[in-house]
Design a protein around this ligand. Sequence first.
Ligand code: NAD
Length: 260
Amino acid sequence: MTTHTLKGKTALVTGSTSGIGLGIAKSLAQQGANIVLNGFGDHAGPQAEVAALGVQTAYHGADMSKASEIEAMMKFAAEKFGGVDILVNNAGIQHVANVEDFPIERWDAIIAINLSSAFHTSRLALPYMKQQNWGRIINVASVHGLVGSAQKSAYVAAKHGIVGLTKVTALETASTGVTCNAICPGWVLTPLVQKQVDAKALTLKISNEEATKMLLGEKEPSMQFTTPEELGELAVFFCSKAAQNVRGVAWNMDGGWTAK
Ligand code: NAD
């Protein structure tokens, strides 16, 4: 639903050239927020999709594993739109291996992109938000911020870490108009998860459809994927006036994964 409740606000969504980030960017744009996109791969297509919703857009290709590039992106957003009112820390990667086999370089990359980047964007966004006495920080964590799964040590550590960062940021802003919350999706069928379906199909020599069913069946009682659009609507709720006292939550949308 388009009501333009966020007209005049600027949202920066990291990792918004694909999947969940693009879904959240579009939901915020449907409410009238200007959008700064970020992420790898083709950005012209996603930027055009968001601009078609009638808002101003900009793109910065900062690598979220590099603090200096994150600083440049935040400066770019401030120069372009005056400041970032809504920060969505979404960029993330995955790697699957047992702890003893986990490549050190993959561990470092996952911690940098999935966790440390949110510290850098938040520390750079907060002064403007506090000065405006309005701001929303939304950290895209995961069910893996609440529970573990074998072979995902770096991912689970980073996601538990970002849930912790969410709580501390929420406490430090608790008496202001700035809120910080986390979203914890279960399975969402994006390129990140499609790779895991493909790997399962290949290893077990089963069809893509069987691998998808198996993936869902292992974890989600609903047997359904959550969609980027549903997560976008949750982000819009966190930005609403009704959510002004929702602070420091880790809100799962996971088809019952963590209810078991
Ligand atoms: P995706 O692969 O579709 O999108 C990831 C985005 O991050 C892309 O835009 C990519 O270009 C960007 N990105 C990757 N590395 C980057 C870097 N170094 N610098 C800048 N951008 C970078 O994945 P997705 O499934 O949409 O995941 C988005 C977020 O949601 C991640 O944090 C992920 O952990 C989380 N999540 C996903 C699922 C799921 O089932 N897909 C579930 C829970 C949480």
